[in-house]
Design a protein around this ligand. Structure first.
Ligand code: GTP
Ligand code: MG
Length: 195
């Protein structure tokens, strides 16, 4: 995909601030620090477009990134970050839930998990939630550079089993570090962007 214009349309805290467009949206979900912002940067071949940090919990608003007026990638705050208060967590939860259940532009969710580990309880809840609302999911197992290639299949099977993965969804092994899986990710995304 040849990309020319990238911009941050808005960082939204609530539905009143969502952009008034009808271009499709793909949301990125996953626990803090899993690599959501890095995923956006990597597939767009940019170093620092979506904000990344070693500091978990940095992305606190819904960031709508406009890609050539074709799609918005919506970078969602990471879940499972222990150092925020219960009240803050509830506020996040509501913001994310409102967006995922009410936004007409939403076409699919990229659900990122760490390829090294069993999906967390939150990962499983998120996947179940998306399935319940019949939102198509692309599971991206990232940080693949952190395990040997020979173990990828085993880890894929472990993740799919824990999620009770629905075979109509896509599963992509990915690494922002060595750029594994970029074309597979685009192939999965394009089903939802060009319809
Ligand atoms: P929040 O915005 O806090 O929810 O985090 P995030 O999910 O956006 O994660 P982010 O992209 O900021 O990445 C978190 C850390 O993981 C950074 O230090 C990244 O450099 C690192 N990271 C992201 N993707 C990869 C990857 O594929 N491989 C490796 N080795 N590190 C990665
Ligand atoms: Mg982020």
């Amino acid at each position: 995909m040849n990309i020319n214009n990238l911009s941050l349309t808005i960082s939204a805290a609530s539905s009143k601030q969502y952009p008034e467009t009808n271009i499709p949206e793909i949301a990125l979900a996953g626990r803090s620090n899993v690599g959501k912002s890095s995923f956006i940067n990597t597939i767009l071949n940019r170093k620092n477009f979506a904000r990344t940090s070693g500091q978990p919990g940095k992305t606190q608003l819904l960031n709508f990134y406009n890609i050539d007026d074709t799609v918005h990638f919506v970078d969602v705050p990471g879940y499972g970050y222990a150092r925020v208060s219960k009240k803050e967590r509830e506020k996040w939860g509501k913001m994310i839930e409102d967006y995922l259940t009410q936004r007409e532009n939403l076409r699919a969710v990229v659900s990122l998990v760490d390829i090294r580990h069993e999906p967390s309880e939150d990962d499983i809840l998120m996947y179940e939630f998306l399935k319940f609302y019949e939102i198509p999911v692309i599971v991206v197992a990232t940080k693949a550079d952190k395990i040997a290639r020979g173990k990828w299949n085993k880890h894929e099977a472990m993740i799919k089993k824990a999620l009770q993965f629905d075979s109509t969804d896509d599963f992509v092994i990915f690494s922002s570090f060595d750029k594994t899986g970029i074309s597979e990710a685009w192939k999965a995304l394009e089903q939802y962007i060009y319809v």
